[in-house]
Design a protein around this ligand. Sequence first.
Ligand SMILES: *[C@@H]1O[C@H](CO)[C@@H](O)[C@H](O)[C@H]1NC(C)=O
Length: 210
Amino acid sequence: MHPLFLLSLLLLSCSASALQDDFCVADLKGANTPSGYQCKDPSTVTVDDFVFSGFGVAGNTSNLIKAAVTPGFVGQFPGTNGLGISAARLDLAPGGVVPLHTHPAGSELLIVVQGSICAGFITSGSNTVYYKTLKKGDTMLFPQGLLHFQINAGGSNAVALVSFSSPNPGLQITAFALFANSLPSPTIEKVTFLDDYEVKKLKGVLGGTN
Ligand SMILES: *[C@@H]1O[C@H](CO)[C@@H](O)[C@H](O)[C@H]1NC(C)=O
């Protein structure tokens, strides 16, 4: 085969795949897998697959933690599928807190747009803590998988816009993982070093059983 012919074949296949790989808008009717959703038929894609309009209104903070996260993850924002990116809005009423939690699949970038927020994370190796009270305009980074938290540090509502390095970053809140489950209390006491009274109290507050 002539080398030029080979080269043109290669270029043809590259340009064809570059076109196809511009995006892969999620087909939300299918299943979400570890590698994302299947692509929606490109002929049915519209600009609204790339626009999310959910961050203009405050989330409802009338709850135990006085906080609300409005997700713009792949399930709400199908254009993010396969692009390693997504967003959320965080509302913290006075006294509000996002308890210690992790996002297993993505790093987080938080930009304070109103009020002030005390935020921090804990490293996995040495349990070193990095935390600071952020004011409007401050941006903080939370590396993937590390335990972190946000607390309203002022007397008024605080708002942050958040971006993740994954269309589906996941969320595990440590207190809920420990005390909103069905593991028997004696087992939780063994694995947390907490006493029976405290474990039963927290299971009661957070909805655990056994
Ligand atoms: C906010 O949530 C609370 C508790 O679920 C509910 O009672 C209330 O109606 C909600 N408020 C709005 C404005 O949706």
